[in-house]
Design a protein around this ligand. Structure first.
Ligand code: ATP
Ligand code: MG
Ligand code: MG
Ligand code: MG
Length: 568
């Protein structure tokens, strides 16, 4: 669909570009979106979208909206400020823990800022739909979400306030749900293709072979916080929720002498403590504790410790054996053994993340025993280090579970997530409609998210070079960036060609700023990243401009007429 044509003069645009990276910025998107004047940090994980940024955000939203409408989605807008009660019914008031922004009104009633809206959509449909004839329904919104992320970082990639498209499907049959899911999968494919993002669809449920109950759309990028395995030979791809670290020889480590211990079979933590001649609440280094053959705790020379007291709380009497730290240093096979529901994931991650001794990649495969939604887990960000999670270790070259070929491992940004919820929320809220047989029928649901603001950052991660951003045309803040490189004559020609390109239906940014050198204007144009740059410069007197492709750097000189004909 066409953008509305527009000619924006930079002399009237609120924009301040920066030559230096913001001090706290680690990722390219964070640096470039701030430096090019798209966003401004307001507080940790809270961002202001400046004029150019708002245009890009709107372009992404428009594409999402068009493709959601195309599958019959109906747009609604739910509040972000929500009462506690529905989230108590679903259990998420408790489950979300610190991730939830909670607040009270003047009367002392509890509210939250919505992190996602399954509960309220379920209630909306319960209120609005009464018969099977009212279904299927797909509802969506593009709305501000709130999550008190433990580590809001990387600019708009992970905000505490961010824009999400969330949609929810409501069907009476499992086949209906499968159809709604397939429609979303198709719409997402179109959306990410139109956005110009390089993406992969991966299974979000580890180990679920070919299962389609939940899939993620991942944009490969070094700055991504997700890790996925990808089979070069078949279609197997899955999120690994991983930490990848290097091996360094332990001799380099700054640690005390490694304690030599026998590996007795000891029935309880108390007995273990007695064997070691320490109190049952002691914390110990240089230990690796196995229970019934499974490693449950790792003490790392130098700084990590095994907390026997904590371990004792969690473990039923079991066979505990000890090995010395030396036994597992540089032994990926031992780390590989760190598997199973008894795995103390935090400890495993701390062990893996220690660059002095760590090796390999950890793959969290399941929910912890407390039932936390343990997806896309990063230690310290998403869970406390003493929570229990299933942990499997995977390394590049490990066999694909489907065909045995060596797996690849890459970093990526989660840009979308589609999920067949089934009847979880319908059960919680007793969402029934009158069935064809005249009896109440329980509804089955899907939920589907796209990180709209995150997609802007993902695009910036994938589309930039040493000079700045390189937006794909559909999301770019303008089609053409005209630079007046000189004095009055150049400015006059720049405005003239700007008007002509605008009349031809293009969105044009004209750098007509007085008192700004051509060099600064060129640098800004490269930084801002509009796909085509037109320069009115040396040959302005002859009515000749230079047309440059931002991405390839290819340039040619054309008359104004030819340039308008070419670009229009
Ligand atoms: P992540 O694993 O990155 O924390 P998530 O799995 O918690 O994301 P979902 O609940 O699946 O996120 O939300 C749907 C989409 O919203 C995600 O696929 C992602 O694109 C986006 N999103 C989630 N959290 C954030 C955030 N803090 N900032 C920006 N976008 C986000
Ligand atoms: Mg995730
Ligand atoms: Mg999350
Ligand atoms: Mg997700």
């Amino acid at each position: 669909m066409a953008h509305a044509a527009q000619v924006q003069r930079m002399s009237r645009l609120m924009i301040k570009t920066l030559r230096d990276d913001p001090a706290d910025a680690e990722t390219a998107s964070h640096k470039l979106l701030v430096r090019a004047g798209y966003v401004r940090r307001t507080s940790a994980g809270i961002w202001t979208w400046l004029p150019l940024g708002k245009k890009v955000l709107e372009n992404v939203s428009r594409i999402v909206r068009e493709e959601m409408d195309a599958i019959g989605g109906q747009e609604v807008l739910l509040p972000a400020l929500l009462p506690k009660e529905p989230y108590e019914v679903s259990g998420r008031w408790e489950e979300y823990g610190d991730l939830l922004f909670r607040l009270k009104d003047r009367k002392g009633s509890d509210y939250l800022l919505g992190p996602t809206h399954e509960e309220i959509f379920t209630l909306t449909v319960k209120d609005q739909c009464t018969s099977y004839k009212d279904l299927p329904v797909i509802l969506y919104q593009i709305q501000t979400k709130y999550r008190d992320e433990a580590r809001p970082r990387s600019g708009v990639l992970r905000g505490r306030e961010f824009q999400m498209k969330d949609s929810y499907s409501f069907d009476t049959t499992d086949e209906g749900l499968a159809t709604s899911y397939a429609l979303h999968r198709e719409a997402y494919t179109k959306i990410f293709e139109r956005l110009g993002l390089d993406y992969r669809i991966v299974s979000a449920v580890s180990g679920a072979m070919g299962g389609s109950a939940s899939e993620e759309f991942l944009a490969p990028a070094a700055a991504g916080e997700d890790t996925f395995v990808d089979c070069p030979a078949c279609d197997y791809a899955a999120n690994t929720e991983a930490v990848t670290v290097k091996v360094a020889p332990v001799e380099d480590a700054d640690h005390g002498p490694v304690e030599e211990l026998d590996t007795p079979d000891t029935p309880t933590i108390e007995a273990l403590a007695a064997h070691l001649d320490v109190p049952a609440s002691a914390t110990l280094k240089n230990l690796l504790v196995k229970v019934d053959g499974e490693i449950v705790a790792v003490g790392v020379p130098g700084d990590r410790e095994v907390d026997l007291g904590k371990l004792g709380e969690h473990l039923a009497p079991a066979t505990v054996e000890l090995v010395t730290a030396e036994d597992f240093v540089d032994r990926p096979d031992l780390v590989r053994g760190y598997v199973g529901p008894q795995g103390l994931a935090g400890t495993a991650f701390r062990y893996l993340a220690d660059p002095r001794i760590a090796h390999g990649t950890a793959w969290i495969t399941g929910a912890n025993k407390q039932g936390m939604h343990a997806k896309n887990v990063v230690a310290g960000r998403d869970f406390e280090v003493d929570q229990y999670l299933d942990v499997v270790v995977v390394e590049p070259g490990d066999p694909c579970p489907k065909c045995g070929t060596g797996l690849r491992i890459d970093r990526a940004i989660e840009i979308g997530h589609i999920f067949q919820l089934g009847r979880k929320y319908a059960d919680a809220f007793e969402l029934d409609v009158l069935g064809q047989n005249g009896k109440p029928t329980r509804v089955t649901m899907g939920s589907y998210g796209i990180g709209v603001s995150r997609a802007v950052a993902a695009l910036a991660e994938q589309s930039h070079d040493g000079s700045g951003l390189c937006w794909p045309r559909e999301v770019a803040p303008a089609d053409v960036h005209v630079v007046a490189a000189g004095k009055a004559k150049q400015t006059e020609l720049a405005l003239e060609i700007g008007e002509k390109l605008g009349a031809a239906g293009l969105r044009v940014l004209v750098d007509d700023r007085a008192g700004v050198s051509p060099g600064v204007k060129f640098t800004d144009a490269e930084l801002i990243g509009v796909p085509t740059i037109v320069v009115a410069g040396r040959r302005a007197g002859e009515g000749v401009v230079e047309v440059k492709d931002r991405r390839t750097g290819e340039r040619e000189e054309l008359s104004v007429e030819d340039a308008v004909a070419r670009l229009g």
